[in-house]
Design a protein around this ligand. Sequence first.
Ligand SMILES: [Zn+2]
Ligand SMILES: [Zn+2]
Length: 246
Amino acid sequence: MQPATKAVEITEQRAFCCDCRCQHSIPRLPAADAARELMKSMDLELATDSLYGEARGKMFGVLVCRSETGETVILRAFSGQYNGEWQVRGWVPPLFDVEAFHRLNTPVEREIKALGRRADGFTRGSEQHKTLLAQRKRMSQQLMRDIHALYSLHNFRGEERSLGHFFPSDRGIPTGAGDCCAPKLLNHAAIKKLTPLGLIEFFHGKTNRSATRHEGEFYPACEEKCAPLLGFLLCGINELETPCRS
Ligand SMILES: [Zn+2]
Ligand SMILES: [Zn+2]
């Protein structure tokens, strides 16, 4: 059995940037109060029933920023989809254009489902059954590649990169890469020309199945999906802190 990961009291999120060959960082504490506020008002913000049901809880994130005119802006994100939606008013969007996603996904999903139904019409293990399932698998894999190609990451140097850039092509892109809160928040702040001051991620809802995430606890960005992205996403952030524009 895996030991439960303890929620860590970390003061900052760090990530290695392959371009600068150094670590970039963003503090956590400036976002802690906004995160606690959000935890308290979550019921008012979203329909939270699903977080306590079979689907269990989810990671949420808060990024406190300063706008170009000096105002404080609080960005909020949920990981992945919320109740089947990629885009919810008042929350940052994903790393891709949601309409483009649906235009791509809807017809192919329909074909994939149809292949599954056709396969069900044949005896399990028969040649036709195997062929149809193999066809369905190829189609799903291609769909995933096409979906990943819609993702676009922006940093604080004004640079833009595709998701595929960050993962070795032999192993492919892990499922859910780019869908966590930290990448969504930083990408959106970069696009909106906001200066991030603090980033924090927490879990809300029923403890996850592996009991590694508990409601109300803060967690660092994940290693598998986020660590490869965050160095790039944080790039340019440390220069923003010292106002060099006059
Ligand atoms: Zn992550
Ligand atoms: Zn860098």
